[in-house]
Design a protein around this ligand. Structure first.
Ligand SMILES: [Zn+2]
Length: 289
């Protein structure tokens, strides 16, 4: 299981919604979790000024993290103007070197929000830079697993490759914590975020064979032709056509990169302990850059 997970979002609240239930579950299992927001998301209130809303968002983000047992950090970048630059990636890389996560979660790469797309690319770049030999006061750190979460604003071409079952205790801890965020209650943009993500957990749970689940995808799964991975969504949805995840025809092809599609940080459906992903960062770094 994951022992140390870092979730990187464009705005305060993004990772709370997409990966919050998973972070709550992992914390309950003894892991350390940290939520990093690259901007506060301070421009999202219809009446409050950005300065006023920033104060509220930071307080809400801190309260949410505390309630699920995670650490919380917000960087000082401006909502709507998050640069996709090495300078910001190095900021994140330093956090990765400090926190030493085995798992990083961020936005899916394609979004109607530019800050989200930049956050995904910054997190990818930061993972690479954190493991790059360079003059740095902190030692290198290799992130083993890199996952993109499912977000209502980042749906273009998102296809799940991993499902995390969310037990009741983690779900209720998450829903209790997220209710204290005004935007999640729909008070800023009118969108029923809590209802949406609760229903999504039920939907993903139906597809994965759990009461509730969160869906993620990983870098390799989305680069199937480049990395010779099996199409993960077809494996995940295979139960609808009579095969369960783990059935012979659902296993990765010989020579492909093996990873589990049906759990993260818990137990696989066959009862065996399930690693988040066996893909190590050295392979990823060698290939991706
Ligand atoms: Zn956002």
């Amino acid at each position: 299981m994951s022992r140390n997970v870092l979730a990187i979002g464009g705005h305060i609240g993004d990772m709370d919604l997409t990966s919050g239930p998973t972070l709550a579950k992992l914390v309950l299992e003894g892991a350390n979790a940290t939520i990093v927001a690259l901007t506060a998301g301070e421009r999202g209130h219809p009446r409050l000024s950005p300065a006023e809303y920033r104060l509220q968002k930071v307080a809400e983000g801190e309260a949410f993290a505390t309630a699920i047992g995670a650490d919380f950090m917000v960087l000082g970048h401006s909502e709507g103007f998050l640069p996709d630059s090495d300078e910001v990636a190095l900021e994140l890389a330093t956090i990765i070197r400090e926190k030493q996560p085995d798992t990083v979660i961020t936005h899916w790469r394609h979004s109607k929000q530019r800050d989200h797309e930049h956050a995904a690319r910054l997190a990818e770049r930061a993972r690479y830079l954190a493991d790059l030999p360079m003059d740095h006061e902190l030692p290198r750190h290799a992130v083993r697993t890199f996952l993109y979460g499912e977000n209502a604003e980042d749906l273009e071409s998102f296809e799940p490759s991993a499902y995390v079952p969310i037990p009741d205790e983690a779900f209720y801890r998450w829903v209790s914590a997220i209710r204290h965020q005004a935007f999640a209650r729909g008070e800023t943009d009118g969108f029923r975020h809590i209802d949406y993500y609760t229903a999504l957990m039920t939907l993903r749970g139906c597809l994965a064979g759990y009461p509730r689940a969160c869906a993620f995808t990983d870098h390799y799964a989305q680069n199937e032709s480049r990395y010779s991975c099996q199409p993960p969504n077809r494996r995940a949805l295979g139960r609808n056509s009579g095969s369960a995840p783990g059935d012979e025809k659902d296993r990765p092809r010989a020579g492909s990169i093996p990873f589990r599609n049906d759990c993260v940080g818990g137990r696989a459906r066959d009862g065996k302990t399930c690693a988040v992903s066996p893909v190590d960062s050295r392979r990823r770094s060698d290939r991706a850059e």
